[in-house]
Design a protein around this ligand. Structure first.
Ligand code: NAD
Length: 375
């Protein structure tokens, strides 16, 4: 029956909403109606519960990731995260501070090994980029996929030793396993499939053993699982240059932990405003729909300088919700609709202060409402 078919095609998305601190709750409040409307149009439903995290977790429950918040995340299909931290908690020991005390345990609990960061700057915002407008006539639209749990940051041995001759030696170790490279390549393949079917893999295979393995495994994995996808390789020093010389040529950029740490920030800088930058961390854990469990959040912080003034740009949070639909639920059409509504709002000249360049601007709530109206 038609009714039964319709029901089978609909989904009930269950998400944990963690607004966090300062602008976190403001941009989250603007994003949820957009998310709900995008789902409702397609017949899906959203069930969510809201929980304290970061400074709010410390104030109300004594720690940045309260047990009740973690339990709610475990019961959900994905986490929509705001941002945490701020001056109120800066004097706490580092491990107890809002960002470290919440994001690190969440990464661990859900083995979040892949960081997906879109570099999104519509042509209408080319003035927000430090690059000359003629270099980016159509704006920037790329995705950086960074391996998050391996490489130089976590490899052992890691030590600082005073040697017999009195000199001091520090050691970090870069380690990658084939299996780690394969699973991050799979994320790049899934991302490239929904885009232009091109992957640019960045390494330093002329110097590093890990990069030689990286290049081999990426090549073999794509050949075996996705022969329709074109993979090219580039040394990291060249990639750093190409990001500023010709960012429009890059579509999906795949790289290891440290290179990705640096290149994704460079990408954010060429795209201009932090208020537009979304991100996702994807894990090994699968949700009820067999898709990666993920944590979705704006790339920026809690912006205490503008909090409570209805000034924050909600686009990063709204675009993070779109990323969630894409990666954790496979709802590409609904994600496309949200992204198109954000583009249209900006093209119509409706902007928060950070992307208005001295022109007229609206507040967080009005920006959210304008995006909702354009869905
Ligand atoms: P920030 O990203 O909060 O702010 C940097 C600048 O960008 C500020 O001028 C801010 O007003 C602006 N900005 C950021 N998001 C914006 C938005 N949506 N709209 C308009 N303008 C925006 O960085 P910060 O000031 O260095 O850090 C503030 C706090 O956030 C710190 O406690 C830091 O630890 C924390 N932080 C948290 C996360 C996270 O939750 N994942 C990430 C980074 C920083």
């Amino acid at each position: 029956m038609g009714g039964a078919l319709f029901l089978a095609a609909t989904m009930d998305l269950k998400i944990a909403v963690l607004p966090g601190d300062y602008i976190g709750p403001e941009v989250m409040a603007a994003s949820l109606p957009v998310l709900e409307a995008a789902l409702k149009r397609a017949g899906h439903t959203l069930s969510y519960s809201t929980h304290d995290v970061g400074g709010a977790g410390i104030d109300n429950h004594g720690k940045a990731l309260p047990d009740s918040t973690l339990a709610a995340c475990r019961a959900a299909d994905a986490i929509l995260f705001g941002s945490v931290g701020g001056p109120k908690w800066e004097k706490l020991p580092p491990a107890e501070q809002p960002e470290r005390g919440s994001l690190l345990p969440l990464r661990k609990a859900f083995t979040l090994f892949a960081n997906v960061r879109p570099g999104f700057m519509p042509a209408a915002l080319s003035a927000s980029s430090p690059l000359k407008a003629e270099r980016i006539p159509n704006g920037i639209d790329m995705v950086c996929i960074r391996e998050l749990t391996g490489g130089l940051y976590f490899g052992r041995p890691k030590s600082t030793t005073t040697l017999a001759d009195g000199d001091i030696e520090a050691i970090d170790t870069m380690v990658y396993r084939k299996s780690e490279i394969e699973r991050i390549t799979d994320v790049a393949i899934a991302t490239a499939r929904a885009r232009s079917k091109r992957i640019l893999s960045v390494d330093k295979a002329n110097v590093l053993e890990c990069s030689v393995l990286w290049r081999k495994v990426v090549t073999e994995r794509v050949k075996a699982l996705a022969p329709d996808i074109e993979v090219t390789h580039m040394y990291v020093d060249n990639a750093a240059m190409q990001l500023t010389l010709n960012p429009a040529k890059i579509d999906v950029m795949l790289t290891e932990n440290m290179f990705g740490d640096i290149l994704s920030d460079e990408m954010a800088a060429v795209c201009g405003s932090l208020g537009m930058m979304s991100s996702a961390s994807l894990g090994d854990v699968k949700n009820r729909y067999g898709k990666p469990f993920g944590l979705y959040e704006p790339a920026g912080g809690s912006a205490p300088d503008i909090a409570g003034q209805d000034k924050a740009n909600p686009c990063a949070q709204i675009l993070s919700a779109a990323l969630m639909l894409r990666h954790s639920f496979g709802l590409n059409a609904e994600a496309d609709a949200i992204e198109a509504a954000v583009r249209k709002t900006i093209a119509d000249g409706i902007r928060t202060g950070d992307i208005a360049f001295g022109g007229p601007s609206v507040g967080t709530k009005a920006m959210g409402a304008a995006i909702l109206a354009r869905l």
